[in-house]
Design a protein around this ligand. Structure first.
Ligand code: CO8
Length: 262
């Protein structure tokens, strides 16, 4: 799909190696309907295949919302039979199968599915006025796209349970204190700053970057012993790459390494 054909996204390359994907349904505060999620999946998969891209930045609108949740209007009349038979929202998780790093830049509301979408990214950065929350309990449901699974892993079980059972919003400062957010920037500078981080990552060897992400995520699924073994296999494998030769030679020769992703 050509970038200009996305209905709900603006896709661009603000710096070499960086794919910026902006959610663009501002009138609905970027509420996540099926069409928008399909487009996110298409755009991220395209970036994952594109050899010129090293990292992906996912963001909403500067002023009001990253995403105010799943589209409540789309869900309101959906029956159990429909939700179950179409496995409603299962494809949201496709984002977590992207192998290049995904950085979420959150300004404004990241509520419900918006918070869950951010948590599918590898790193979350927040604007100083960002507001997070899992308010699904107020709608008679529970988080359905990873909120009850990822939030406890990220902020701890007790805090996550309190947030999910009360549905209360929380601030960027709380999110950073609890380890959900890596860093906070002034709202207007957020996207530029995150693009800079993405550009730095894109400048490293693509194989090592993918392996690091893969090893971290695998480690969260298995025992420490298995995780350490997995890490070592990937580490050993990287000794067969040109980037390893280049990176270490450049260090010894006291010059900047030039990685090729090979
Ligand atoms: N779905 C659909 N439309 C929305 C949503 C949403 N989640 N959020 C906002 N909108 C729409 C509003 O309906 C309104 O549209 P309109 O102008 O046509 O009435 C427009 O966006 C602007 O919103 P408001 O007028 O409400 O703006 P305010 O500044 O007054 O309030 C809030 C902003 C506080 C963010 C408020 O809009 C709000 O509370 N939104 C809902 C937040 C919420 O409950 N999110 C959780 C949704 S449930 C969910 O995500 C379940 C996830 C389960 C897994 C995923 C399933 C797909």
């Amino acid at each position: 799909i050509h970038p200009a054909q996305y209905e709900h996204l603006i896709v661009s390359v603000p710096q070499p190696g960086v794919q910026l994907i902006e959610l663009n349904r501002p009138k609905a505060l970027n509420a996540l309907n099926s069409a928008l999620i399909s487009e996110i999946n298409l755009a991220t998969a395209a970036a994952d295949r594109d050899g010129s891209i090293g990292a992906i930045v996912l963001t909403g609108s500067t002023s009001r919302a990253f995403a105010a949740g799943a589209d409540i209007k789309e869900m309101k009349d959906k029956t159990f039979a429909e939700a179950y038979s179409e496995d409603f929202i299962a494809n949201w998780n496709d984002l977590t199968r992207i192998r290049k790093p995904v950085l979420a830049a959150v300004n404004g509301y990241a509520l419900g599915g918006g918070c869950e979408l951010a948590m599918m990214a590898d790193i979350i950065y927040a604007g100083d006025k960002a507001v997070f929350g899992q308010p699904e309990i107020k709608l008679g449901v529970i988080p359905g796209a990873g909120g009850t699974q990822r939030l406890p892993k990220l902020v701890g079980k007790v805090r996550a349970t309190e947030l999910i059972l009360t549905g209360r919003n929380f601030s960027a400062v709380e999110a950073e204190k609890w380890g959900l957010v890596a860093r906070i920037f002034p709202a207007e500078q957020l996207v530029d700053e995150v693009v800079k981080v993405a550009q730095e990552i894109a400048g490293y060897g693509g194989l090592a970057v993918k392996a690091a992400k893969e090893s971290i995520n695998e480690g969260l699924l298995v025992s420490l012993d298995e995780g350490l073994k997995y890490e070592r296999k990937l580490f050993h494998g990287l000794f067969s790459t040109k980037d390893k030769v280049e990176g270490m030679t450049a260090f010894v020769e006291k010059r900047q390494a030039s990685f090729k992703g090979e």
